[in-house]
Design a protein around this ligand. Structure first.
Ligand SMILES: [Zn+2]
Length: 139
């Protein structure tokens, strides 16, 4: 299988921690300094395919490394999982579930180049939206 996360070279120093079900690796390419990925060892494409023991180790590992980032390196840390099946597999998109840990600082580069523009699309919910999405997700 041509999957970079199933075939990661464990001799390289990018592997930070290897658990029973998941490993932690330096993201390459990286979005910000200290960008980490938490990757299940088993090749799955969606978080819903994770087994209970994999979910537990993954969340425990995410919390452990978020705390490491906060205590040793940065004043903030985002945890993300991107689900974008509409994008083709590439260097920036891999069909093997992984979670990003992104060290963040107040008004950092990610904010300056991307998130500052999100403020333009943030809106208060309309009554119609509240009704529509509550009905959609409760159903
Ligand atoms: Zn894989």
């Amino acid at each position: 299988m041509d999957c970079p996360f199933c075939n990661i070279d464990k001799e390289k120093n990018r592997i930070i921690k290897e658990g029973k079900y998941v490993y932690v690796v330096l993201s390459n390419p990286r979005l910000v300094d200290g960008h980490l990925l938490i990757v299940p060892k088993r090749h799955i494409e969606k978080p819903s395919e994770l087994k209970e023991e994999e979910k537990k180790e993954l969340l425990d590992t995410a919390i452990e490394f978020q705390e490491k980032i906060l205590s040793k390196f940065s004043s903030g840390c985002d945890i993300r999982q991107n689900c974008r099946p509409f994008q083709k597999q590439s260097q920036l998109k891999v069909n093997h579930v992984h979670f990003h840990l992104l060290p963040r600082e107040f008004k950092d580069e990610l904010y300056q180049k991307c998130q500052i523009f999100e403020t333009e699309i943030f809106r208060m919910l309309t009554e119609e939206e509240k009704e529509k999405f509550a009905k959609l997700f409760k159903g």
